[in-house]
Design a protein around this ligand. Sequence first.
Ligand SMILES: [Zn+2]
Length: 112
Amino acid sequence: MTIDATSPRTFDHAELIQLPEYHALRQALDALAQRLDREQDITDRDGFIAAVTDMARTSYAADDCDHCREPVWPHGADVTDSWMNGRYYCPICNRAWTCGYTADLEIAAMFI
Ligand SMILES: [Zn+2]
């Protein structure tokens, strides 16, 4: 058995289990993982783990599509110092755009 950064590790999310958002996220993650596992080698989850980590790190950086008014999160970002240029794609209207956000979480917290 190979133990690496993408293998399960000991963890405890007990403080989150009362939150319906936690269960909704687990369901969404499972759906994405199952799709990727069908299309990729399940033992090579580096890309999936990296994507989930990046999604978590940029969860505050949603931007509304100017056309649909639906929130979209960056699918890519270039980060320099404390600034992030995010790349966005709306799956409803296929519009793509960029948007700048702070990469400083203390500043981001002021807008939550
Ligand atoms: Zn749109």
